[in-house]
Design a protein around this ligand. Structure first.
Ligand SMILES: [Zn+2]
Length: 113
């Protein structure tokens, strides 16, 4: 599963930060996941509990902030929300969509102890 590796890297990033701060444990981790990132938030949540065992994140709360996809068309100036499978502009049909947001996949915040 694709999300397993992603969850493991989220945990690694969080642990590295926590260690750098001399933290004993991570209480919560906030992760931003964009609609266009190809990552399924539910699957990350599912992997998190198992992957965080015996790490500094054992028992930590995983907070997922979902970022909707947004794009603008450089041909007709159409701008709106899009999903992962939208490649052509709904306004003019051009393949000139510029993705403005939704590709995020990052650890945004950590609460440590
Ligand atoms: Zn357009």
């Amino acid at each position: 599963m694709h999300e397993l590796g992603i969850t493991q890297s989220i945990i690694e990033i969080a642990q590295d930060h926590a260690r750098a701060e001399n933290a004993a444990q991570v209480l919560s981790v906030t992760v931003e996941i964009g609609a266009l990132s190809g990552v399924v938030p539910d699957a990350v949540e599912f992997c998190f509990e198992a992957c965080s065992k015996e790490t500094l994140l054992d028992g930590a709360r995983l907070i997922i902030e979902f970022v909707p996809g947004r794009a603008r068309c450089s041909a007709c100036a159409w701008e709106d929300q899009i999903d992962q499978l939208t490649y052509t502009c709904p306004g003019c049909g051009n393949l000139s969509l510029e993705r403005l947001q939704g590709e995020e996949l990052r650890v945004k915040e950590l609460e440590i102890d």
